[in-house]
Design a binder for this molecule. Sequence first.
Ligand SMILES: CC(C)(COP(=O)(O)OP(=O)(O)OC[C@H]1O[C@@H](n2cnc3c(N)ncnc32)[C@H](O)[C@@H]1OP(=O)(O)O)[C@@H](O)C(=O)NCCC(=O)NCCS
Length: 180
Amino acid sequence: MELRTQRLLIREFVLDDAADVQAYAGEAETVRYMDWGPNTEAQTLDFLHRKLASQRMLPRAEYELAVVLRESGRVIGGVGLRVSRPEQFAGDIGYVFNPRFWGRGYCTEAAGALLAFGFGELKLHRIYATCDPENRASARVMEKIDMQYEGRLRDFTWEKEKWRDSLVYARLATDAASFG
Ligand SMILES: CC(C)(COP(=O)(O)OP(=O)(O)OC[C@H]1O[C@@H](n2cnc3c(N)ncnc32)[C@H](O)[C@@H]1OP(=O)(O)O)[C@@H](O)C(=O)NCCC(=O)NCCS
């Protein structure tokens, strides 16, 4: 599957993306709030092999996709949508971008398209996402794609040697949207 936005192509990962993915997945700055990384090259290859396998799952439970900057053809990040509770038409999203491309609205553009895909093609009713309370850029992206703040889960994850709270944001198919 693939999605197109004004500046981006959002498509399936391929093994040839390894170098572009490693360029951000191997950076401590990128993975500061993630439960993985920084990746070795072997870990990035393993990630790609797992994503290739998930592309073939039926019914498909996970859409972990490469975000390609159309003007350069390079992978600048990834977005993912998981159909976590199919019987409840519920899913969650996540995203990670190369720091060299932060702050230009690319994540908002890609995550917004992924939400539209989840509600449109997949007919989901509820899509949520979580972030570390210190991860202001991630929380801001969720606000910009009209996800509503629902609350704070205390000590929700054990990551990078400490307990971390998580902020929960969600959007329903029935919520009014203001983004394009
Ligand atoms: C979160 C992330 C994907 C955002 O990507 P991005 O392409 O820079 O996002 P956008 O440019 O679409 O939007 C970022 C918004 O956050 C804002 N922002 C960035 N850093 C901020 C900070 N420290 N405090 C407050 N707002 C901040 C930006 O100003 C922008 O908002 P604006 O358009 O209102 O100015 C990127 O920072 C990233 O890859 N982080 C590492 C991985 C990660 O943490 N993923 C999320 C896990 S929950």
